[in-house]
Design a protein around this ligand. Structure first.
Ligand SMILES: NC(=O)c1ccc[n+]([C@@H]2O[C@H](COP(=O)([O-])OP(=O)(O)OC[C@H]3O[C@@H](n4cnc5c(N)ncnc54)[C@H](OP(=O)(O)O)[C@@H]3O)[C@@H](O)[C@H]2O)c1
Length: 245
């Protein structure tokens, strides 16, 4: 598959973000990586020989500086992937207001802040933006109220932005993963019974890998797929759409 010439990846030192960074780098894409954890970001950026920009994506002024830095480095951003997120598994009545706000801030507000900064430059050049939502945005999963609301918000943002920027040849899509073996899922995957329960929830009988989610993001970012926009690509072992029992 053809790789984009340039790409900006947020959450680049996370499980899915780093898998995508390695895939795009191997395919020859010029990259700028953004992340919050300076030491992990610097390690990945120097491994790949690219620029790493430290940014807390819940802070709009930092996002503005970060996007400007990426534009300065790359000239034009052809592809952008937002791989930032958190997980919160609690029923609404046990979710504190602080946890709710933090979940919305990390998952939904960060996505808007990115789009808010990329919309102008990328609507001039065209290209592709991919967000990462969740199977919880596609199907009602118990104890997922805050994260489902945040990720469904990102899915709505994706579709509206896809409509707005279609005339500019700027495509906006999202990937909706099921439970994927990354540091984010460690509280579940680190517990044997919780892991087995989660594997059994997925019709294909296992968790996803960061590489599988990164492959789907690569697909949406590739200039081979310029007829796809406003789409939510479920990469979830069938979790959101199949019932096997
Ligand atoms: N893994 C799953 O089961 C799963 C399922 C559905 C959806 N997703 C989504 O997939 C995406 C990637 O997650 P992952 O699985 O790769 O998890 P991960 O390894 O924990 O990566 C998430 C990244 O987000 C970064 N981040 C969080 N808040 C941030 C902020 N305010 N500013 C900048 N960076 C911030 C984290 O930075 P630090 O390193 O500084 O913490 C981390 O690098 C997320 O959108 C997540 O919601 C994952």
């Amino acid at each position: 598959m053809t790789a984009p010439e340039t790409a900006f990846i947020t959450g680049a030192n996370g499980g899915i973000g780093s898998a995508l960074a390695r895939k795009l780098s191997a395919a020859g894409t010029r990259l700028v990586l953004a992340g919050r954890n300076e030491s992990r970001l610097t390690a990945l950026a120097s491994e790949l020989g690219v620029k790493g920009l430290v940014c807390d994506f819940t802070k709009p002024e930092q996002v503005e500086n970060c996007v400007n830095g990426a534009l300065f480095e790359l000239g034009t951003i052809e592809a952008a992937a937002h791989c930032i997120g958190s997980i919160l598994l609690k029923p609404a009545h046990l979710t504190s207001i602080e946890e709710w706000r933090s979940t919305i801030d990390t998952n939904l507000n960060s996505a808007f802040y990115l789009l808010n900064q990329l919309g102008r430059p990328m609507s001039k050049s065209g290209g592709s933006i991919a967000f990462v939502t969740s199977a919880a945005a596609e199907k009602g999963l118990s104890n997922h109220e805050a994260i489902a609301a945040a990720k469904a918000g990102v899915a709505g943002l994706t579709r509206a932005a896809a409509a707005t920027y279609a005339k500019n040849k700027l495509r906006v899509n999202c990937v909706a993963p099921g439970l994927t073996d990354t540091p984010l899922a460690a509280p579940i995957t680190g517990n044997e019974s919780a892991r087995k329960f989660s594997e059994a929830m997925h019709p294909l009988g296992r968790l996803g890998t960061a590489e599988e989610i990164a492959s789907a993001l690569f697909f949406l970012l590739s200039p081979d797929n310029t007829w796809i926009t406003g789409h939510s690509l479920c990469v979830d072992g069938g979790l959101s759409s199949l019932q096997t029992k």
